[in-house]
Design a protein around this ligand. Structure first.
Ligand SMILES: [Zn+2]
Length: 340
């Protein structure tokens, strides 16, 4: 398969995404609409200003934008709207299954109502678009109010309460340098006791130690980003030995200054080291990207053949947190798309 044909195949093939945030995937137009509806004052008043505001100066600027836009969601119908738009975009790219990260930090809505809104969009996506999703409920490390310890445990309990209703993991996101993984270990114990996997962000803004902490306190099947593992050869050996999957979002890492250019990104080294990984979009409109664009870029950079691309997608299906029967069905769907 030549380069152009492989590009067309990547565009058309059924895809899976493991690392993308609902609030970070919401279109700027929709954020503005929600801000107006809910009387929220944002620093940006129109699309042009949103574009300027989304030019990230550093990781904390990004977190500030993320937190302020997330606060535009006030009612369950806002979540349902964003989730339906999200699934429409996933369907456009033929992303048949997503594990969507959702931050439930809203004082105006109960967790049950937020989950019901997501599940209403999910049912609609399954019946109207033929795509599905489940959820990673994350603990935001940088909470803007309340007692961090108490709130983090509440997030964990909420995530556990959603098991069997779409929640497949507890996550951890936000400022890796301010709050370490260890700080949240009582919350992780709640998830562990319930048998809910933990998939924390680590090795993005902070270095290898954040990943070692994540492995120690979360026993994660996957780590969000993890791209700074290349700074520690022993850590790389450990990731390979335990086959801990890294959810890599290349363009996000460039936009937030984790690497200065794509040529200096670590994903080729991670791939060569035999560490399992997937390619993701993280917060696509923030970074002006799509999963399809990320995959085409990665396939070219890693010089993938058609077989490599198929194997990549099968590995990604294997790394989902779906129950066994659903996982087998997803794998079968991907295999079929490569034989027809
Ligand atoms: Zn993320």
């Amino acid at each position: 398969m030549n380069k152009e044909n492989l590009k067309a195949k990547i565009q058309a093939m059924p895809k899976i995404e493991l690392h993308v945030h609902l609030k970070g995937a919401t279109r700027p137009e929709t954020i503005l609409k929600l801000a107006k509806k809910n009387n929220i004052s944002l620093p940006a008043k129109n699309l042009a200003e949103m574009k300027e505001w989304f030019k990230f100066k550093n990781f904390n600027h990004f977190l500030d934008v993320y937190m302020q836009t997330a606060m535009c969601f006030m009612e369950p119908e806002d979540i349902e709207l964003a989730a339906k738009e999200f699934l429409t975009e996933q369907a456009r790219q033929n992303i048949v299954y997503t594990e969507l990260t959702y931050t439930a930090n809203h004082l105006t809505m109960s967790f049950e109502d937020q989950l019901a809104a997501l599940n209403s969009a999910k049912s609609w996506g399954e019946s109207h678009l033929g795509v599905s999703m489940n959820y990673v409920i994350d603990i935001p490390r940088s909470m803007t109010f309340g007692d961090h310890q108490e709130r983090s445990q509440r997030f964990a309990k909420q995530a556990v309460s959603g098991m069997g209703k779409g929640v497949v993991a507890l996550g951890l996101a936000g400022d890796e340098n301010k709050y370490t993984v260890e700080f949240f270990s009582p919350a992780f114990d709640i998830a562990k006791e319930a048998g809910l996997p933990i998939v924390p962000h680590a090795g993005e803004a902070a270095g290898p130690q954040s990943m070692l902490d994540a492995i120690q306190y979360c026993d994660p099947p996957r780590i969000g980003h993890g791209v700074r593992c290349v700074e520690d050869k022993n850590l790389m050996a450990l990731l390979k030995e335990r086959q801990i999957h890294l959810e890599i979002s290349p363009t996000s890492n460039i936009c937030l200054g984790i690497f200065d250019t794509m040529d200096n990104h670590s994903f080729p080294e991670i791939s060569a080291a035999g560490i399992p990984f997937s390619i993701n979009s993280d917060d696509p409109p923030y970074f002006n990207t799509t999963l399809t664009d990320e995959l085409i870029m990665a396939a070219e950079r890693l010089d993938w053949s058609a077989e490599d691309t198929e194997q990549y997608m099968l590995n990604t299906a294997e790394a989902t947190l779906l129950p066994a029967t659903e996982k087998s069905a997803l794998i079968a769907k991907i295999k079929t798309s490569w034989t027809t």
